[in-house]
Design a protein around this ligand. Structure first.
Ligand SMILES: *Cc1c(COP(=O)(O)O)cnc(C)c1O
Length: 433
């Protein structure tokens, strides 16, 4: 009887295939970063904890720089994404510069060893005093409104150069909260106000050494970027003293399977070509700058939390973890999707859960997630948590912010201690009644 024999064979083959793919899943990067087991890190340093893979950050930096060759781009890492000094030093060592949006980020950069000339200060709606402080620290200044440009001109004339942030009004960005190029945006000086800008520049003899645009996070395609680039190239004709053109960022990264990401290599090829043409027309070689945040650090990050409770309701099974919007606010603020895996039960059967935080506020990390069967005490991992995770964390509900750990060259090291009760009350002024 050949039939049943065949059937058995097919079932055996299927089982082997299933086991093999399961094994591959266990062996792949899912639960380890650059060879270091993530669960071991949680066991050593506790949870909740942010873990960053330094080798991955360097890999992303090199990918970007290589994509643009032969154009020698300058990368200014937008450190608001993740500003731990260990990360800053790692990128500095690779030759990366820094994009900063507050005077304290400038100071963090200088403290990490960046030369002032490698830092650009790109704030929005800050006082002239903060800009003056940045001038004293000798970093590049990027101005994003005409009022400040006028004040800057009357203080410095042509003694301190500045860059001008142009809003090209191209529509970009996955979420209106992170898109900055639209007509209602508070960012940059409208490209339609160029004549006014030129008047101010002429009357105070301002030296403009750069033009800048940053149209927001999560730009989907190269076309949008190129549209902005053309607008900037066109505007550049009116500025004879330029040293650089800064295209900001907006590189999209993949948060879940099937997400469209920016094709860096394709984008680079088009921009490099157009930039070379532009330089020819302009009459001089200029520098091409970018300011990626998310692209460099997002994928490097893992956020590990512990399961406090499982709560069955009439609607779902909630997994309540020892974290919340105080540690990772992107899902609640931007409807961001972070994939979640159960590190403690990698071979368990998959079930559907809703993962929520412990904050007294609705802080849902994800509805209807398939996780390997969860038990109280398990460690869950949020992926893609390197950018805008820790830097947006707070002490809401009087909770401590998490610890941070860097994995670099097969070693896991603490780079920020977990807070303590002393930290919470450090600046409070106590009154006696
Ligand atoms: C936030 C910001 C960036 C980085 O954006 P990402 O989406 O993280 O790459 C770059 N430039 C400026 C001026 C920014 O404000």
């Amino acid at each position: 009887m050949p039939e049943p024999k065949n059937k058995t064979k097919i079932i055996q083959q299927q089982t082997v295939k299933k086991l093999f793919s399961r094994l591959m899943e266990l062996l792949n990067e899912k639960y380890s970063a650059s060879g270091v087991d993530l669960l071991d890190v949680a066991n050593e340093f506790g949870a909740p904890v942010y873990i960053y893979d330094g080798n991955k950050i360097i890999e992303q930096y090199k990918r970007l720089v290589n994509a643009f060759k032969p154009v020698n781009i300058k990368v200014k890492y937008a450190c608001k994404a993740l500003n731990n000094s260990a990360i800053l030093k790692l990128l500095k060592q690779e030759g990366c510069g820094l994009d900063t949006v507050s005077i304290n980020e400038v100071k963090l950069g200088l403290r990490a060893g960046f030369a002032p000339a490698d830092i650009i200060f790109t704030p929005n709606c800050v006082s002239i005093e903060e800009i003056q402080e940045a001038v004293k620290l000798k970093v590049h200044i990027n101005i994003d409104n005409i009022s400040i440009l006028e004040q800057f001109g009357s203080i410095y004339g042509n003694t301190v150069p500045c860059c001008i942030r142009i809003n090209p009004h191209i529509l970009a960005g996955g979420n209106t909260k992170i898109s900055t190029g639209h007509i209602d945006s508070k960012f940059g000086i409208s490209v339609y106000q160029l004549r006014h800008v030129l008047r101010v520049i002429k009357s105070s003899n301002i030296l403009v050494n750069g033009l800048h645009m940053h149209t927001g996070s999560d730009i989907l395609d190269a076309g949008v970027f190129l549209q902005g680039a053309e607008i900037l190239f066109d505007a550049a004709k009116d500025f004879p003293d330029l040293q650089f053109i800064d295209f900001g960022s907006g590189f999209k990264v993949s948060y879940k399977e099937g997400d469209i990401t920016t094709d860096i290599e394709e984008l680079a090829a088009s921009i490099a070509h157009n930039f070379a043409e532009f330089c020819k027309e302009y009459g001089r070689e200029l520098e091409l700058w970018f300011e990626p945040g998310k692209f460099l650090v997002s994928e490097s990050g893992y956020f590990l939390v512990k399961v406090n409770v499982l709560k069955q309701t009439t609607a779902t099974v909630f997994v309540g973890v020892d974290s919340g919007l105080n540690h990772l606010i992107r899902p609640m603020l931007y409807d961001a999707y972070h994939s979640i895996v159960n590190l403690s039960n990698p071979a368990g059967k998959q079930r559907i859960y809703t993962v929520v935080g412990y904050i007294c506020e609705t802080d849902t990390f994800g509805w209807d997630r398939k996780l390997n069967e969860v038990h109280e005490g398990d460690i869950l991992c949020f992926k893609n948590a390197g950018a805008y995770g820790f830097t947006m964390s707070s002490n809401y509900n009087a909770r401590f912010r998490p610890a941070e750990v860097l994995i670099y060259n097969n070693k896991a090291q603490l780079i920020r201690k977990r807070e303590t009760f002393e930290d919470l009350i450090m600046n409070e002024v106590e009154l006696e009644f």
